[in-house]
Write a new protein. Structure first.
Length: 205
């Protein structure tokens, strides 16, 4: 298979794997990928995953890549809070939640950071349509809870100030009943207390 034929076959893929190529051409050999990398046709993101070199990267493209290269995972924490305009634009790379071990990929495409939650807490994400496909993004409520759960040092008004949460965007988007329902699933008294204090802080900010 020639490069242009492959590119046409994979035109709807943001990121693709060797297995997906072999679904199209079973006899395809990995060395062809090395040749195409050398020619600048494709770029390796991480082992086994590639993008076309002319792909124009933006935040949503990076989100889609993050969903693919470390499964299962969904976008959360700083990246999700920034996506919902609750905090200033994230400079932390793309942050995700996974049930697998914490991992940090530094690639030519970007940085992808995965934090671990136990399987019972792997919930609360939505499927957001993007280029006729979907990416997994934490709801605004779950992104906030994930962040507080993994940053147990955030508990005072001074800590809340440091988050620089946009109050208008916060109350225009977040559902208190949904937040409380999700919070119950964490079953942590300390987290519940911190979230309740944070809610009071936001109401009075």
């Amino acid at each position: 298979m020639k490069y242009l034929e492959l590119k046409n076959e994979l035109r709807d893929f943001t990121i693709f794997s060797l297995n997906e190529i072999k679904n199209i051409e079973p006899s395809f050999h990995r060395r062809r990928l090395n040749e195409w990398q050398d020619k600048g046709y494709i770029k390796k993101v991480v082992r086994g995953y590639y993008i076309f070199s002319d792909l124009k990267l933006n935040e949503e493209i990076l989100f889609k890549i993050a969903n693919r290269i470390y499964l299962p995972s969904y976008i959360s924490l700083e990246s999700a809070l920034s996506y919902y305009h609750l905090i200033p634009e994230s400079v932390y790379g793309i942050t995700s939640i996974s049930t697998r071990k914490t991992y940090h990929f530094i690639t030519s495409t970007g940085e992808f950071i995965y934090r671990t939650l136990k399987p019972s807490l792997f919930f609360g994400y939505d499927l957001i349509k993007f280029h006729e496909k979907y990416l997994k993004m934490a709801s605004i409520e779950k992104a906030l809870l994930d962040y507080f759960y993994l940053h147990s040092d955030i508990e005072t008004e001074q800590d809340f100030d440091s988050l620089r949460i946009n109050k208008e965007m916060f109350f225009s988007q977040i559902s208190n009943p949904k937040l409380m329902k999700f919070l119950e699933k964490f079953n942590q008294k300390k987290l519940t207390g911190r979230i309740n204090r944070f809610w009071s802080y936001m109401k009075n900010a």
